[in-house]
Every structure is written in structure tokens, then in C-alpha cells.
Design a protein around this ligand. Structure first.
Ligand SMILES: Cc1cc2nc3c(=O)[nH]c(=O)nc-3n(C[C@H](O)[C@H](O)[C@H](O)COP(=O)(O)OP(=O)(O)OC[C@H]3O[C@@H](n4cnc5c(N)ncnc54)[C@H](O)[C@@H]3O)c2cc1C
Length: 381
């Protein structure tokens, strides 16, 4: 038997592909299928295009639109589990793995031959320990739903990733009095699509081009498709792809931040340095008077309690081996969903899951055609 931990896209795709190879698979999920998508903010749509976000063996229905909404993602994940008749044990939290494998769970111990850990790269919200204290409320982006609680407020959003940028726009459109966006490293910004061509496709192509060529293409695309935002505090990075390889931060896919910054509805400030007299102080000066700070400051894997004692994580708590690969200290232990790629995580976990299933089944040939038919053509693992 194989235990899969987590019933998000990565766990479900792994379970479906392994089951297809004839393995008995049990998915252990502390919440319910797609739990992470039940709490994401209301206006969220996938930034990756529908046909490049399908998991293996069951497509996202065309009726869900080109950019799939949060609720539709959740519906898709539930349908996906049902379509593949996956055995998902909801409400079961796994707390520790010991070689062999023994899983300590909230429902008692479980013995399995192999374990797939798919608890999510965005598992544990992370808020930096800024010096000083803030007089208002600090809310992590994972707890932000919509602008209603912030109407009439001054809000500082910290972190210019996709969540930070979109939440800043949501607040500005939703009635916040003033919105600041605190940016440490000016992000690369790309149009979600240009003349119907999704930027994600270029992201997928990057695997096949040398980094300097990708940087040239990315710079040119930004120059021709977006206005120069340098005077607003968002200069274009010189080497956006090299920067991605260094920091593994996905570019911002513009769903309104460019207009909001240009129109002054969102004002860019430097990195938040500290709190002074109960107020935030950005690196570029004056103290900001705000009611709320929204920390779009990312997540940690939170894998340490589960596998930290096994020597399979690096110093940042990220797995040392991914997908089908096994670390010598963890034979029979796999991690799916922890690699950040420009082609999108939904697409990438499908590729990882198929490779994993083929490796476990002992063959190197492609997955059976009948299984791939419901899938997107580009998902060749
Ligand atoms: C705001 C936001 C927008 C995103 N938009 C996109 C997008 O447009 N396109 C794209 O490709 N990707 C996107 N992603 C990235 C990624 O695709 C999603 O986060 C996706 O849900 C990751 O899937 P996953 O299965 O790896 O993790 P998750 O969806 O986080 O699933 C992990 C599951 O494991 C469960 N779990 C965790 N710990 C335990 C435990 N100890 N025991 C049992 N169960 C456990 C959790 O409850 C959860 O259900 C986005 C991420 C965020 C945060």
C-alpha cells in the first residue's frame, strides 16, 4: 500500500496516477479534498490558463472558463477525486514519518511500503519578525478574504508577489481609503496574456532555452507590453529570469496592479524595516500611518515535524529530492509539489505524479493512452 499525505492537486494527481498503475493508494488529509482552496481570497482565479492547469486523467471542464475561479478549482478537485474513485480519509492529520514506513496520525499509526508527501509548498503562513510592534492588526494574506473589513482604512500590503499585488488591487477597488504596497525587490511583471497568448506558455518554454536568451525575451516582452513603472517604484528587473532562478519567485501576472499603481490607487513603498511608535517604517522613509498591515510574505513548507529527523530536507525546510527521485536517507519516500516552476504548479505536479507512478511501476514507457486522453496534450511527463 502507498500512503499519500495531502489531498490537494499534488496528492490527488499522485494518487490517481499510482492507482492507475495498479497500486493500492490511501490519501490522508487533515481537512477535506482541496482544503487549501476553501480559504483563499474571494476574487482569486487561477493565474495559469485552464488547459495548462489540468491534472492527469481528467480535464477541467471548458465551462469553467479560461481563468478558473477559486470555487471552480475546488469543485474540480472534488470531481477529480470522485472521477478516479480515490480513497481519501478526511480529517486525518499525519504528524510524523518513521522509516519502514510508519505514519503517526491523528487516527492512530499506519504502516505502508511507500509514502508520498504532498502537504503543499504553501503550507504554513510566514510573517517576518519585524523589530518593534504595530498598534493595529497584522493579517497574513492566507487569512485575507475580501476588502469588506478594510473599507475606509489605510492598509499596508507587504510583499509584491501575486497575492500581495492582487490583494492591494482588491483593497483599492473595494473601498480602502489608502493602499500602500511594500516592495523589497522590484518584481518582474508580465501580462497574464497578450492577444490571447498566455505568458505561462513562455514560462513552459524556458526549460528549453539558455537563461540569457530568456532574459532578453522577458525584457523585450515587458518593454512592449507594459508601461515603464520606474517612477512609481517598480522598475523592470535587468535579468528577470536569472532573478527567478536565484529566488524562485514567480513573476506577477498583471490582473490590475499596473493600472492601480499608475492611477495612484496603490502606492509603492520600500521594504518594511520596522515598527516605530506603533507604525510601520519602510526603508525609504517616513513612518506610515496605517490601520492594518497585510503580510503577503509567503509560506514555509512546515515539513520539519513530519520528516525533519530523517535528513531529507535542506536548511530552508525544502525536500532535497523531488517527485520520482528518492533521497538515500529516505528510500520509498517521495515529495510532490515542492518545486517552483514558471510553467505553473498544477501543470508541474501532474508531470511529477506521472513520472512517480511510472518509476514505482518499474517501467519507463508513457502512461497508458486511455489514461492520458482526459488530460491535456502538453502534460507529457
Ligand atoms: C493564492 C495562490 C494562488 C495560486 N494560483 C495558482 C495558479 O494560478 N496556478 C498554479 O499552477 N498554481 C497556483 N498556486 C500554487 C499551487 O498550485 C497551489 O498552492 C496548489 O494548491 C498546490 O497544491 P498542493 O497539492 O501541492 O498543495 P495544497 O493545495 O496546499 O494541498 C496540500 C494538502 O495537504 C493537507 N495537509 C497538510 N499537512 C498535512 C498533514 N500533516 N496531514 C494531512 N494532511 C495535510 C492540506 O490540508 C492540503 O489539503 C497558487 C497558490 C496560492 C497560495
Amino acid at each position: 500500500m502507498i500512503a499519500v499525505i495531502g489531498a490537494g492537486p499534488a496528492g490527488l494527481a499522485s494518487a490517481a496516477t499510482l492507482q492507475r498503475e495498479g497500486e493500492r493508494v490511501v490519501v490522508l488529509e487533515r481537512g477535506d479534498v482541496g482544503a487549501a482552496w476553501t480559504t483563499r481570497y474571494d476574487r482569486l482565479h487561477l493565474h495559469t490558463v485552464r488547459w495548462l492547469s489540468c491534472l492527469p486523467g481528467y480535464r477541467i471542464p471548458r465551462s469553467f472558463g479560461k481563468w478558473v475561479s477559486r470555487d471552480r478549482v475546488l469543485e474540480y478537485l472534488r470531481r477529480y477525486a470522485e472521477h478516479h474513485s480515490l480513497e481519501v480519509r478526511s480529517g486525518v492529520e499525519v504528524t510524523r514519518l518513521d522509516p519502514g514506513w510508519t505514519l503517526s496520525t491523528s487516527a492512530g499509526p499506519l504502516e505502508t511500503e511507500r509514502v508520498v508527501v504532498a502537504t503543499g509548498h504553501n503550507n504554513v503562513p510566514f510573517i517576518p519578525d519585524w523589530p518593534g510592534s504595530f498598534a493595529g492588526e497584522i493579517v497574513h494574506s492566507a487569512d485575507y478574504r475580501n476588502p469588506a473589513p478594510y473599507v475606509g482604512q489605510r492598509v499596508l500590503v507587504v510583499g509584491a508577489g501575486n497575492s500581495g499585488a492582487e490583494i492591494a488591487v482588491d483593497l483599492a477597488e473595494g473601498g480602502a481609503r489608502e493602499v500602500f504596497l511594500s516592495v523589497r525587490t522590484p518584481p518582474n511583471i508580465v501580462r497574464r496574456d497578450t492577444l490571447g497568448f498566455p505568458s505561462q506558455v513562455l514560462g513552459i518554454a524556458t526549460g528549453r532555452l539558455p537563461p540569457p536568451a530568456i532574459d532578453r525575451i522577458a525584457r523585450t516582452m515587458r518593454r512592449i507590453s507594459l508601461p515603464d513603472l520606474s517612477s512609481y517604484g517598480l522598475p523592470a528587473p535587468e535579468r528577470p529570469y536569472a532573478e527567478f532562478l536565484r529566488r524562485r519567485v514567480i513573476p506577477i501576472l498583471d490582473v490590475g496592479i499596473v493600472d492601480a499603481v499608475q492611477s495612484g490607487h496603490v502606492r509603492v513603498v520600500a521594504a518594511l524595516e520596522r515598527f516605530e511608535g506603533g507604525s510601520p517604517v519602510p526603508a525609504d522613509g517616513p513612518v506610515l500611518s496605517v490601520d492594518t498591515v497585510i503580510a503577503a510574505t509567503g509560506f514555509r513548507t512546515g515539513l520539519e515535524p513530519l520528516v525533519g529527523h530523517l535528513g531529507v530536507l535542506d536548511e530552508r525546510g525544502e525536500p532535497l529530492a523531488h517527485g520520482a527521485k528518492e533521497h538515500p536517507s529516505g528510500p520509498g519516500l517521495h515529495f510532490v509539489g515542492y518545486e517552483v516552476t514558471l510553467g505553473g504548479t498544477f501543470r508541474h505536479v501532474g508531470i511529477q505524479a506521472k513520472e512517480l507512478a511510472r518509476t514505482v511501476a518499474g517501467g519507463n514507457g508513457p502512461a497508458p493512452a486511455s489514461f492520458d486522453r482526459g488530460d491535456d496534450k502538453t502534460l507529457v511527463g
